[in-house]
Design a protein around this ligand. Sequence first.
Ligand SMILES: [Zn+2]
Length: 351
Amino acid sequence: MPYNQITATGTIAPGHDPVGPTGKEIRDLIETTLNSDGFTFSWSARRHQPYEGTLDTGASIINLYIYAWRIGNGGRANLPSEKRIQIQQGVDNVGFLRPITATNKTLLLGVYDSPSGTPIFAAWDATANATHTQKSCQVQVEDLQAAITENIHQCTDSRGNIIYTFLPDSLGDYIDLVSAGNTFVFPVGTTGTLVAKVKAATLPTRKKRTIKSTQKVLQQIQNLSSTEKEVITKQRVGQGLFKDLLINKYHGKCALCGIKTEQMLIGSHIKSWKDSSDAEKLDENNGLLLCAHHDALFDKHLISFEDTGNLIVSTTLNASEQAELHISAIPPITVTPGMKPYLADHRSKLK
Ligand SMILES: [Zn+2]
């Protein structure tokens, strides 16, 4: 049966239903997404649906009941673009019946394992599904696709209930901002949709959350040595927003050799992390996207760059070492005005 799917390039064409994700993969996705995005999330119960967890947004603690299933084909041949989650019979519906407040929320989620690269969430109105019994919730594949370009997209189901589709990056803001009925209650004097609110909130609030959660981690590891602290906090920042900013700036490639394998890439600080202010820690001018090899050379101050972008090599590396490390293959870099103060700091530490 030719049901429409999102393709690897983000278009829509008839194709195979994605196999995943499994329940465990969905739970892991929720957990890692929220924690890498500057929120602090932990599960308190995850054996049966609804899963339960606690989300620290930086401003408040939200208790969560989470229902989540894979999004698959709708199964109606005359509606080839229809996708759905199937709410399983026997699922405890206590969460659906729970009042949704600022600090207690129920989520009804589906995850489409999109071949385009990033899983796509759909979120339905939990309150409208409070009397579920073997019920399915529908979403159109075109509305899932819209999340790829819009990050978060609003649409409605056949009963007129609001659905949001979004990329994992918007999950935390969705949770933070949504209220009963899958809508958002705006403070007096503001207008706009939840979509606009999430988009507006994302970058500045992510920066604040990242700084806050980094400080929290630092507090938690006070007993470790200063070197261990630096490694752990650098990893935490490096894995999150800072790396995302640099992936965007350098189009997902090592600035020196073009390696594109994301697991090999590191958001490398020019002025060292421990010497940077909070704002500098997340300033994309203070970073290069580098592969592990080039990050090690740069981070250990064995190479640096002039303001013209030309390479400088530490005199501690002899000719045979330089040959082994393929130093001569390193091209000049593009230096923008904002990078110059950071590069001056880096050069001052060249070995
Ligand atoms: Zn490289």
